[in-house]
Structure formats: C-alpha cells, structure tokens
Design a protein around this ligand. Structure first.
Ligand SMILES: Cc1cc2nc3c(=O)[nH]c(=O)nc-3n(C[C@H](O)[C@H](O)[C@H](O)COP(=O)(O)OP(=O)(O)OC[C@H]3O[C@@H](n4cnc5c(N)ncnc54)[C@H](O)[C@@H]3O)c2cc1C
Ligand code: FES
Length: 235
C-alpha cells in the first residue's frame, strides 16, 4: 500500500501521480495499479515514470473507468501497487560512444523519462497530436537533443543511421511504422518497441496480453512489454 503525495493534471486528461514508498523497478517496467476495492475488477498497468527511495511516479492518460478513478485521488489517499513487472528496456552497455534515442508518441512518453537516468546523453523525440506536456522536464534530464513534434509524424525526424539503439513507445501505428522504417533502412541500429497491450493479471497467467511474434505468441506482461521491433507482427 502506498500513500498518494500528489496527483496533478499536467495537460488535459494527463496526470502525474506520485506515491510514497521505496518501490523498486528498472526503466521500462510497470506496476499494476488500483485505487478501488472490487470494481473495476482488474488493476491497471502503468509504466514507471520516475522513482526514488522516497516515492514512485506514474504519468497517465484518463481513458476509462480505472484511470478516471485514479484521477480523483488526492494527497493522503491510498494506492495499491503490485510489481514491478515486465522485462524493461535493454540495460546492457552499448559500445563506447554508442548513440541512443528514445521515441515517444503521446502518453507513450511515460516510460521514457526514467530511462534518461541510465542514458543521460541520449536523444529524445516526443510526438504529440495536440498540446505537448513535460517537454521541459525531458530537456532538463538529458544532455542529448530533445525534438518535439506537434501534429505531425515524430518518426520522420529520426535518422536511424545516427543511432546504435532506439527504444520507442506509443500508439501501435507508430510502433509498426518504426518497425517498417528499421526494415527498410538497412541500418544496423537495434530497435525496441514497448507495447501497451490490454492486460488482466499482469503475471503471465491469463493470456489476455498475447502478442503475435514471428516465431510464436508471447505475453506482453512477462516476455515484454519490450520487444525487439522486428520480432513483433503488428495488426
Ligand atoms: C505495460 C503497460 C504499461 C502502460 N503504461 C501506461 C502509462 O504509463 N500511462 C498510461 O496512461 N497508460 C499506460 N498503459 C495503458 C493503460 O494501462 C490503459 O490506458 C488503462 O489500463 C486503461 O484503463 P481504464 O480503466 O481507464 O480504461 P478502460 O475502461 O479499461 O478502457 C477505456 C478505453 O481505453 C481502451 N484501452 C484500455 N486499455 C488500453 C490499452 N492498453 N491500449 C489501448 N487502448 C486501451 C479501451 O479499449 C477503451 O476504449 C500501459 C499499458 C501497459 C500494458
Ligand atoms: S496479462 Fe495475463 S498473461 Fe499477460
């Protein structure tokens, strides 16, 4: 059980929620979150936006019942957290001088901020359909460049040949486009996508989060949510 420290609307329907406690977790992992007893039945998966020994933060968009209930939380309210789950972003060392980029579309920026702790000079590409948010925080957290695109295609601005490793999170059409771009580029860059499939149990027991991959079906909650882009069959 955690106690809510703050729950602030940073843009229309986008909230930054902070709860107290030394919750562990690596970049790209997620927690199953709830702030209700029996209804809705299921907890909701949210990526780690930021964490420290004092607290953990989530950045979420209000979509339906669960996230609406989260948005009603106030300082002092209780939050139930289970996790961390998932494989997270690849954290092996890349070759000395290797270049990394993270690419986020909309609320897909949520898991990328925490990655800047591990990759403090990586380049950041943020795409928004309307009003951008938290761009100044991203700028302050990296020594790399931060490219913000509003209303266009953020991917158009990413030169795959400039990087050794790219991690992308966002709507599925964006992730499918990243995969296509990688396949057509002939570049040696390793591209990973972080999927946000619907989930139920979060621990590999229900198959709700099944992902079609080239060799077999995998579970986004335990085998992912981060996959090598070319492994995933989109659509
Ligand atoms: C590993 C993982 C990490 C995630 N991290 C974040 C995060 O950091 N911030 C964040 O805002 N969201 C994140 N999500 C998505 C988030 O879990 C859903 O938006 C949330 O569960 C919706 O719950 P709800 O009760 O508000 O909506 P519901 O009432 O369950 O659904 C409302 C509407 O949203 C659609 N919807 C629900 N879940 C998803 C989904 N996963 N993908 C696409 N459409 C969906 C439904 O089809 C429906 O139309 C993550 C998902 C996964 C799997
Ligand atoms: S959410 Fe149940 S198996 Fe992944």
């Amino acid at each position: 059980m955690a106690e809510v420290i703050a729950n602030v609307e940073v843009a229309p329907n986008i909230y930054r929620l902070k709860a107290s406690g030394a919750f562990p977790g690596r970049m790209g992992q997620f927690y199953m979150v709830r702030a209700w007893d029996s209804y809705p039945l299921l907890s909701r998966p949210l990526s780690i936006f930021n964490r420290s020994e004092e607290g953990i933060e989530f950045l979420y968009q209000v979509k339906g019942e669960g996230t609406k209930l989260l948005s009603d939380l106030r300082a002092g309210d209780e939050l139930q957290l289970e996790g961390p789950f998932g494989n997270g972003f690849p954290d092996r060392a890349i070759k000395p001088g290797g270049r990394i980029a993270v690419v986020g579309g909309g609320i897909g920026i949520a898991p990328l901020y925490y990655a800047l702790r591990s990759w403090p000079d990586c380049d950041v590409y943020l795409g928004f359909s309307k009003e951008p948010y938290l761009t100044e925080q991203f700028k302050a957290a990296t020594q790399g460049k931060v490219n913000v695109n509003v209303g266009g295609f953020v991917l158009d601005e990413v030169d795959l040949h400039a990087y050794d490793l790219i991690v992308a999170c966002g709507p599925e059409p964006m992730l499918a486009a990243v995969q296509q771009k990688k396949l057509l580029s002939g570049s040696g860059v390793e591209v990973y996508v972080s999927l946000e499939n619907r989930m139920a149990c979060g621990i590999g027991a229900c198959l709700v989060c099944s992902v079609k991959c080239r060799d077999t079906r995998r579970k986004a909650c335990t085998d992912g949510p981060v996959f090598l882009a070319e492994e995933v069959i989109f659509g």
